[in-house]
Design a protein around this ligand. Structure first.
Ligand SMILES: Nc1ncnc2c1ncn2[C@@H]1O[C@H](COP(=O)(O)OP(=O)(O)O)[C@@H](O)[C@H]1O
Ligand SMILES: [Mg+2]
Length: 234
């Protein structure tokens, strides 16, 4: 049983912060919100560290202000955005300026808006594409729980984050594999968020023309131009 004594959501849980009835204020009591979100997060494949909410800020010169405004708007209406099968392509030629953080934040916002009416099945997946492709290759010779979990749920989950989609070293076989999965999701009106360091010609060379056009033509594209903020403390 998951007890609220070990709650990892306390700092930003609206229930904890606003309600006098919150189970977390009375230690060692079962909390259904914690129980459900814990299961949804476990199934999402996000690590414990990635579950924690991060405060994201823009550079002092205002770079990415427009991007942040648009992303906050999507975040606010995330449930409707996902239900409508929307897709987002977040890219930048600069590393560490918040693409993955924003993709995770939208995924968190979605889980936090549906947990109370969701059953305990997998609803979202966070897939780091380089890790996925390596595991896929290894799974040819031996069973792999990570790959099995993805294969079981990839067609039905509401939202998939494809983190670092454009890797330059992927083989045609790997790209065909990705294409068939993503194509299936797009044809069934399922939502996807991609992050990448590439765009334009570089991206089409990396993904191949077919996958490139499926992704780009069906996504809202947002470019980040802010500085690398990895390791900065604010
Ligand atoms: N806008 C931001 N505000 C605060 N910290 C940020 C921001 N963008 C990135 N970071 C920091 O940099 C790290 C890397 O960000 P990440 O989103 O993984 O970069 P990338 O754009 O390469 O995907 C984050 O873990 C976070 O600590
Ligand atoms: Mg990233």
């Amino acid at each position: 049983m998951i007890l609220s004594d070990s709650c990892w959501m306390k700092d930003y849980c609206g229930k904890y912060n606003s309600s006098i009835d919150c189970e977390c204020k009375d230690k060692n009591i079962f909390c259904s919100k914690l129980f459900k979100l814990d299961k949804l997060y476990q199934d999402s494949l996000l690590s414990d560290i990635q579950r924690v909410h991060k405060t994201l800020y823009i550079d002092s010169d205002g770079s990415d202000r427009e991007a942040f405004i648009r992303l906050k708007e999507i975040e606010k209406n995330i449930e409707q955005w996902v239900n409508s099968g929307n897709n987002l392509y977040l890219y930048s030629h600069i590393c560490g300026n918040g693409k993955t953080c924003w993709a995770i934040r939208l995924l968190q916002a979605y889980l936090e808006s549906i947990w109370y009416k969701s059953d305990l099945k997998c609803r979202v997946l966070f897939i780091n594409v380089p890790r996925f492709l390596i595991a896929l290759k290894n799974s040819i010779s031996q069973q792999d729980d990570y790959i099995n979990h993805i294969k079981e749920n990839i067609q039905t989950v509401d939202l998939v984050v494809w983190d670092d989609i454009a890797i330059k070293t992927a083989t045609t076989y790997e790209m065909e594999n990705l294409l068939s999965i993503i194509d299936y999701r797009l044809n069934s009106g399922k939502s996807n968020i991609y992050t990448s360091n590439l765009f334009g010609k570089e991206l089409s060379e990396s993904l191949g023309d077919r996958l490139y056009s499926r992704i780009i033509n069906l996504s809202e594209v947002i470019e980040f131009i802010g500085q690398d903020k990895r390791g900065l403390i604010k």
